[in-house]
Design a protein. Sequence first.
Lengths: 247, 673
Amino acid sequence: MKFTLNIWRQPDAVTAGKIHTYELDEVSEDMSFLEMLDVLNEDLNAKGEEPVAFDSDCREGICGSCGLMINGEAHGPEVTTTCQLHMRSFKDGDSITIEPWRADAFPVIKDLVVDRGAFDRIIQQGGYISVNTGAAPDAHATPVPKDKADRAFDVATCISCGACVAACPNGSASLFVGAKITHLGELPQGQAERDTRVVNMVAQHDHEGFGGCTNIGECTAACPKEIPLDVISRLNWDLHAALRHGK
Amino acid sequence: MPDTTNTFDSSHTGRLEDEYDDAAGYYVDGDPIADTKAPGGPLEERWDTRQFEARIANPANRRRLSVIVVGTGLAGASAAATLGEAGYVVKSFCYQDSPRRAHSIAAQGGINAAKNYKGDGDSVFRLFYDTIKGGDYRARESNVYRLAQVSRNIIDQCVAQGVPFAREYGGLLDNRSFGGVQVSRTFYARGQTGQQLLIGAYQALERQVAAGTVKCYTRHEMVELIVVDGRARGIIVRDLVTGEIETYFADVVVLANGGYGNVFFLSTNAMGSNVTASWRAHRKGAYMANPCYTQIHPTCIPVSGSHQSKLTLMSESLRNDGRIWVPKNKADCDKDPRDIPEEDRDYYLERIYPAFGNLVPRDIASRQAKNMCDEGRGVGPEVEGVRRGVYLDFEEAIGRLGRDAIENKYGNLFDMYARITGEDPYSVPMRIYPAVHYVMGGLWVDYDLQSTIPGLFVTGEANFSDHGANRLGASALMQGLADGYFVLPNTIRDYLAEGPFEKVAEDDPAVVEAQESVRSRIHQLMNTNGTRSVDSYHRELGNIMWEYCGMERSADGLRKAIDLIRTLKEDFWRNVKVLGAAETMNQSLERAGRVADFFELGELMCVDALNRRESCGGHFRAESQTEDGEALRHDDTYAYVAAWEWAGADEKPVLHKENLTYEFVEMKQRSYK
């Protein structure tokens, strides 16, 4: 297979970037998208041109490191992570445009690499249950209804890749925050801090420069782990309740 | 995989008839080494004894005591969070952009704990026994018993953190049987137990960041250890965004940097997983133990071409229902498998091991797959002239149980397979091949998890201590969290009680020397201006390791590998090409530093494998097998931990042996016939 690649190149956070075009031959349909970029980088290296920087680590769709805008879609045309996208999803001769996540709260570091530190800072504001090591009761002390446990698991599958933010016209991280609020809020262990958690996490979300949610739903469509949109309803519900409780 | 407690045949356990030393000339004998921290007495009281005897750092003093933790996987994030809660000043480092991305996240299956919630006869002693036996009698009894003891606390802690383990309809935790044991002791969160446990540890860590006890340095890679007056006192890191070389000091350093399976280039590890932090410590005096013990997992998706960057593992539960075969005739290897009639298929595991069939242990299943492909009966695409794959066929199971039942059990794995290969495993047999998955070897530590450098502690996969020559399924997560939450915080305090230590001067000769060596190494990598990319060297090193130090090792092959590695390493330093600048983000430079260390590690792995002329656990020496081709251990000669000391770049490594004695379990040879 043969492709024309239009790739965002930006030397660092402060220098303006632009699209560069590369031709790549001899791509196999069994290559993952990132392996295709590996091949491009070997080519560039051989030609004396600096390889394209991009994040990836586990390459099995779970660490959340990778994430590219591919032809304007977060993680490209399939519902999966960029590392699990394969070249057989494209047609021979296609032109592919590759950009970094686009959001004010995710500044570009270099080429396709962005800074998602804002997610860690949101978690610091309450995305946890306060229990010191050694202070836990027996694991069977509190049964959790299976439907609640399953629901908590389903939304805890978020891998913090940031596709929801990149896909959202508002650059909102509401799906990310909603998933954490729902995960911890479904469990009995998460009740004690439920009000303060939602208030503080939302405040940090806004402070980081993420936009508000206007129920467009691009986030859930782009999410490789298919986190449902109703976690944002849950987020709003909990936020409303917390404010009513005077938090 | 099936339990073999009752099928042991001890007749093979025996003394080597001649005095062999295949590794003569490659190493120097050193003094024996011993674990001086493990208490004696009854097995079940040893950990309590140590916890009581370990001194406690005065609470008021703790905010003046500082700890560096390198790595934020299960073993690092849990340690950093717990030490932060205790009031120490913690600095946490990871090369990823967030602590939550460390490769523990990729573990699928589950975590063992001796809770006996099923009332099926499990106990701390049984988990201990299974782990010792699974490790092929090459792990320490005291360590493993402690691991089994604290396993119960881990589950309590994780549930309290909100880890969404699978539950039954009554709301209690579900368990499953895993890795061939006879009891159900594995807790799980569907196929992503690793991610859920890591999120728990990560959230505990971020809570401490908010509390001000922990500071996280993401996208920072440790490139050197600072040892002052014989104690580990700090690290040098490269800021992967700015390229700056930074120095951090502390009273104690903890390495939790994971395993080094990427020395094989292709493995199930993350792209960035590397040995550099461990190797830098090794070069400063930390012994490396049993580096050749590697676990190779039989059910991975095969290599599809020379572009392959990593391998993906599928849960070995697939072997419960899938049947493994290759064509009887080489001529059939490129045919559509559906057109190969039953009588022309060789269900080789069922043929060779009628009692256990497709459920033989990981190492046997892996080695036999290699044998079939070496015979020329492998299937799938030819990569560099050989077809490396065997069929894992569900046709019979779908016929017996129905497609729905198979979909319910394995749907997510089938989907993953289809996504990666583009083939539908419901209609065409899957292709599988073994891949490097985990390393049991690592930095030598005593019972306190302290290395041979005072003040340097090592947790998780990075240390060698608990799995012997082979690790049981669902025990990696257990060990990482046991070390980080419960063991290290209770042993490190004994060391910290002596602190705070005198402040290290910025211009201390040891510090200046370490900084200069980092700078000159980077300078050399950036200015070699050769013709070959870093990846091409890494790939070639990986091929050498896989061929000669992979599933089957022989003296001739290992000696050849050592020569090849030395030649390749020399060429690397003369001819590597790293573009861009060192003062910015430079991913080629990051990889170059890692590959440079992999060369030295790879050579030591071969020397270690050469020294151990026996087959045990994940280590199979062609010279040490039964008449039927099964692994043959030599307890009289090799019941020791091989702890290697770095003697210098052009010097032979020094071997220190730690004898393993078994007071509570009898050593037995396994048999699966």
